[in-house]
Design a protein around this ligand. Structure first.
Ligand code: PLP
Length: 452
């Protein structure tokens, strides 16, 4: 193929995810990513780009893992597909369920499979409401979530999420979803004591529960660290407060681990990093490091005991427990275990990233840097020492800096006024330094652009 021809065809026929189609047309088509190895992607214009986003928060073991290719090929030869609808299951699916249960631990001993993070949350949505009906509390239908949360792009995912632009385009959320404030200290609690701010944000959940009536509330859902919202790291103590509130009112607690799972925050799961115990855990992305689409919803034994009283749970997808995806996920988890990537993130590369990011603090555009494990963010401000933004409340300095980072050889995301990063867990110290240096250089280059 010719790259120029692919770009033309992209404009002519392909509708990419979360894009302004007119903009893509004006650009003459999307960047064509052709191949990748380790922590680098390559595009059709000959650029080699350090992947500071691990694809889309997912390629935890890095690119070019022949082992996963072999496992997929072997499983495709053996059995490319079978379903789990007919009282049937395939060997990799069962073994993966056991492996996930081993890492979620405690009461999270059961796993329902889906193909995407959004579907994992759809499963949460339906399973939780079904559970409460079986429990004899059918009024418990309301989900409490947070503004600026991201739980996916399906109807349930968008409804549970707190992205106002997504709500607006689909006339969502569906009835029965309530949104409360997010624990975003730099954006919304600046100048306040962070611990008190976290308490106030948790208190907002309790206030909403009381307003809705505790007898009507089914579950609270949150990402341990809000990813697509801008890598929003909660203040210390926030999750303990949230957990206590959920327990006080008998409300289920859902930790959306689609980004935080599989080592990202320095433990297997983000709820382990923050020391709380959810009842349901949707996960995806790092489960297969993105090599194939697969997601899972881990469920507590208490919930499953109740589901057992209800006959068929009429929910499932053709690709629930897909054997090839399950085999690859199992091998991917094997790599994470064998190479100690969770421990390495916690003890070595995570702290290294945190130290490296502090070099940016002197920059006049930088208001805050933060990270947990290999999940990081840089806040861009218009006035040093404040949280003032460049272009109004919504701002958009992030995309300006992001585009410069990409030009300078680093893929990051710009979310409003925040640059976020989420590199493969195999990243080296040198590559972390390169990542931070490129952000620094791009911030320098952004100054005249933003001032213009
Ligand atoms: N939940 C979280 C926390 C996510 O970050 C995402 C995707 O980024 C999703 C759910 C949706 O996953 P998917 O895009 O695989 O449907």
């Amino acid at each position: 193929y010719e790259i120029a021809e692919l770009k033309r065809l992209d404009v002519a026929h392909h509708l990419p995810a979360q894009q302004d189609y007119k903009l893509i047309e004006d650009m003459g088509g999307s960047r064509i990513v052709t191949h990748a190895e380790g922590c680098y992607i390559h595009d059709g214009d000959g650029n080699r780009i350090l992947d500071g986003m691990a694809g889309l928060w997912c390629v935890n073991v890095g690119y070019g893992r022949d082992e996963l290719v072999e496992v997929a090929a072997e499983q495709m030869r053996e059995l490319p597909f079978y379903n789990t609808f007919f009282k049937t299951v395939t060997p990799p699916t069962v073994l993966l369920a056991q492996k996930i249960a081993q890492h979620t631990g405690g009461k999270l001993q059961h796993v329902f499979f889906n193909a995407s993070g959004s579907e994992a949350n759809d499963t949460v949505f339906r399973m939780v409401r079904h559970y409460w009906k079986l429990k004899g509390e059918p009024k418990r239908t309301v989900f409490i979530s947070r503004w600026n949360a991201y739980h996916g792009s399906t109807v349930a995912g968008v409804s549970l999420g707190g992205m106002k632009a997504m709500h607006a385009q689909g006339d969502l959320p569906v009835p029965g979803v309530e949104h409360v404030r997010q624990p975003y200290w730099f954006g919304e609690g600046f100048g306040q004591d962070p611990v008190q701010f976290g308490k106030d944000c948790a208190a907002a959940i309790e206030e909403r529960i009381l307003a809705v009536g505790p007898e009507n509330v089914a579950a609270f859902i949150g990402e341990p660290v809000q990813g697509a919202g801008g890598v929003i790291i909660p203040p210390p103590g926030y999750w303990q407060e949230v957990e206590a509130i959920c327990r006080k009112y008998g409300i289920l607690l859902v930790a959306d681990e689609v980004i935080c799972g599989f080592g990202r925050t320095g433990q297997w799961f983000g709820h382990q990093t923050y020391g709380f115990t959810p009842d349901l855990v949707p996960m995806a992305k790092g489960l297969s490091s993105g090599y194939l689409p697969i997601s899972a919803t881990a469920v507590s034994s208490d919930i499953v005991e109740v589901l057992k009283t209800g006959g068929d749970f009429v929910h499932g997808f053709t690709y629930s427990g897909h054997p090839v995806a399950a085999a690859v996920a199992l091998a991917n988890i094997g790599i994470i275990e064998r190479e100690g990537l969770v421990e390495r993130t916690r003890e070595d590369t995570g702290p290294y990233l945190a130290r490296a990011l502090t070099r940016l603090l002197a920059h006049e555009l930088v208001g805050e840097v933060r990270s947990i494990g290999l999940l990081g963010a840089v806040e861009i401000v218009s006035k040093k020492g404040t949280n003032q933004r460049w272009l109004g409340a919504e701002g958009n300095a992030g995309p300006v800096v992001r585009d410069l980072c990409i030009k300078n050889g680093l893929m990051v995301r710009g979310i409003r006024d925040t640059i976020v990063m989420c590199p493969p867990l195999i990243i080296s110290h040198q590559q972390i330094d390169d990542m931070v240096d490129i952000i620094g250089k791009s911030l320098d280059e952004a100054l005249p652009v933003l001032r213009a």
